[in-house]
Design a protein around this ligand. Structure first.
Ligand SMILES: CC(C)(COP(=O)(O)OP(=O)(O)OC[C@H]1O[C@@H](n2cnc3c(N)ncnc32)[C@H](O)[C@@H]1OP(=O)(O)O)[C@@H](O)C(=O)NCCC(=O)NCCS
Length: 74
């Protein structure tokens, strides 16, 4: 399991795909190392973070944690 406590991109460099690349790369690296899932702390009212996690494929149900099953993630 990969656990992500926090993720941030400098305000001057947001909306350029950096967060997406970081989250995807970290998830794929974890999968290569044998992780089965990723759990990431996401405040439900942080719209940018919620949208980013959804775009990567995370499951979000309004709680503080986003969940990504790595079985079919590529
Ligand atoms: C959340 C955060 C890391 C996103 O990083 P980023 O590099 O700007 O994100 P990206 O450019 O890779 O965006 C990827 C997708 O996420 C979604 N997204 C990102 N920011 C968004 C916003 N402000 N509003 C709506 N959707 C957003 C979009 O779907 C976006 O795809 P698109 O640009 O093709 O529409 C960044 O906004 C940040 O550092 N926020 C403050 C810290 C924080 O809240 N961290 C999260 C804690 S886990």
């Amino acid at each position: 399991m990969l656990w992500i406590e926090n993720l941030g991109v400098h305000p001057e460099h947001r909306r350029k795909g950096v967060g997406l690349k970081l989250l995807r790369r970290a998830s794929l690296d974890a999968k290569k190392k044998g992780a089965k899932a990723v759990q990431s702390v996401v405040m439900p009212d942080a719209k940018d973070a919620v949208m980013l996690h959804k775009k990567v494929g995370f499951f979000i149900d309004g709680r503080k944690f986003a969940f990504l099953d790595l079985e079919n993630f590529q």
